[in-house]
Design a protein around this ligand. Structure first.
Ligand code: AMP
Ligand code: SF4
Length: 470
């Protein structure tokens, strides 16, 4: 449908271990800590140095792996993945790690992010005789590595990565080595840790804490790391690098106990809340946040506004994220099931309701209604990020531009639509300064394209076609 630009849908978590006798077990715990990054599928591939072993399936980490299966995943090294996908993209074959076997060796790939030139590369690969088995971008990387021919694996990976564009935080496992790579823009997070002599790779640092590992450093944009029996070696596969880490990782996606570019996510969100209060103070009695992702920003707002922070909304944590429900109708049901307003706290009060973002507006509209039904006299909505007006091509599902509330409406129209007494979004300057507060250099840039429309990479027309066809 022309004009209906579809954002792509892979918000995933990558985890890997090299050099530990219980690699699969550690990966299982690591993936648990990354579960918020994807709930539709999970997989682990291990190697014992000679053979690779794989288990993957639909569902949550604890639904996919039984204790017996973990025991069968023998080996000292592993890569694991949790996956989020939307309709049409959720087939078993797309669940990662993707495992490819050749006569020479095996290769398992776990990828977070989306490539912007995948469609063009798929067309080329098919024209040259490749048979693609999945609809995932990750398979393109595998074919390109294989096609590099008779060069060292590391060189083949470097050559493949020089052809793909977009976002990729990547862990690749063969029988004997692990390779870790990040796109030249560093759009998605990926860090290296250590547990004794073992190397750990994780999308987020919160998973290091869970397994008792130490965070060593971030993988750098444009970096290709090789880990094997001899330790870890690093090289750059391109010189054109500029970190533009996704700002939605700070706003919503990452866990508050993770650090991104050395900054704690909870602390960054609190700063967003404080700046939001500076930008849009309103007379009120209490501040409440939408659990869980907005609590930090709400605390920051309350501190800055000298208002009490209260638990005006309670979440039933056993209901999945609203956003993952495929239809609007189901999503609305999901919101009802997920959150309740606490009458004893909001009744007769002027409430500031802080949320981290508005995508379609469903959550805000229902929560304003819920707070009013519970007796709030006024509901002032404060959003700790700028209006999302553009789709994301780098792996966060910000939906179709037609569905984005802010894409076609003024602030006043949005306020009316969600039924709030007032509405304010954090400015792009406010977001930028919250993320980079206290930084001396511009080494750590951030992507804000869904707010500003300034994409940090070229966007290929072929990124859009699968969703434009009628
Ligand atoms: P919506 O109801 O469509 O306006 O979605 C906004 C809510 O979804 C906010 O409360 C966010 O916490 C959450 N959210 C924002 N971005 C995403 C995303 N990419 N995936 C899932 N949920 C999201
Ligand atoms: Fe993140 Fe938005 Fe950039 Fe996508 S467009 S990478 S969601 S900041």
């Amino acid at each position: 449908m022309p004009g209906e630009i579809r954002g792509l849908n892979e918000e995933c978590g990558v985890f890997g271990v090299f050099g530990h006798p219980e690699a699969a077990q550690l990966t299982y715990y690591g993936l648990h800590a990354l579960q918020h990054r994807g709930q539709e599928g999970a997989g682990v591939v291990t190697t014992d140095g000679e053979n690779v072993h794989a288990v993957k399936g639909h569902g949550l980490v604890n639904e996919v792996f039984s204790e017996n299966q973990l025991v069968e995943l023998v080996g000292h090294a592993s890569v694991g993945h949790v996956r989020y996908a939307t309709a049409g993209d959720g087939g078993y074959e797309n669940i990662q790690p993707l495992l490819f076997r050749t006569q020479k060796e095996s290769m398992a790939l776990a990828h977070n992010g989306n490539l912007v030139n995948a469609q063009g590369l798929k067309n080329q690969l098919e024209a040259q005789g490749s048979i693609l088995q999945t609809t995932s971008d990750t398979e393109v990387i595998a074919h390109l590595i294989q096609r590099a021919g008779n060069v060292y694996k590391e060189e083949a990976i470097a050559q493949a990565l020089s052809m793909v564009k977009g976002a990729y935080s990547l862990a690749i496992l063969t029988e004997t080595c692990m390779y870790v790579a990040m796109d030249p823009r560093g759009l998605r997070p990926l860090s290296i840790g250590k547990l004794g002599d073992a190397y750990i790779v994780s999308s987020e640092t919160c998973a290091f804490d869970v397994i008792g590992a130490t965070h060593v450093r971030e993988v750098k944009p444009g970096e290709l790391i090789k880990i094997d029996e001899d330790g870890m070696k690093s090289r750059r596969f391109t010189s054109k690098i500029q970190r533009t880490l996704c700002s939605m990782e700070y706003v919503y996606f990452s866990r508050p106990d993770s650090d991104l570019d050395g900054k704690n996510v909870h602390a960054s969100r609190k700063t967003m809340g404080r700046k939001l209060a500076e930008e849009s103070f309103v007379e009120a009695d209490v501040v409440t946040g939408v659990p869980d992702s907005s609590i930090s920003a709400a605390i920051g707002y309350a501190e800055e506004a000298s208002l009490p922070y209260e638990l005006g909304l309670i979440k039933n944590r056993y209901v999945g994220r609203t956003f993952i429900q495929p239809s609007q109708e189901l999503r609305e049901q999901g919101v009802k099931m997920k959150l309740s307003a606490v009458r004893g706290i909001v009744e007769g009060k002027r409430v500031v309701m802080v949320d981290d973002s508005i995508v379609r507006g469903t959550t805000s509209r229902r929560i304003v209604q819920m707070l009013k039904d519970a007796g709030a006299t006024e509901v002032h909505v404060r959003i700790a990020s700028p209006p999302i007006k553009n789709p994301c091509y780098y792996g966060i599902d910000t939906s179709t531009s037609g569905e984005l509330l802010a894409a076609t409406r003024t602030l006043e129209e949005m306020k009316e639509e969600i039924g709030a007494d007032s509405l304010h979004f954090l400015s792009t300057d406010g977001l930028e300064s919250s993320i980079h507060e206290g930084e001396q250099s511009l080494e750590h840039g951030s992507c804000q394209a869904c707010f500003t429309g300034n994409y940090p990479t070229e966007i290929f027309p072929s990124t859009i076609p699968p969703y434009e066809k009628e």
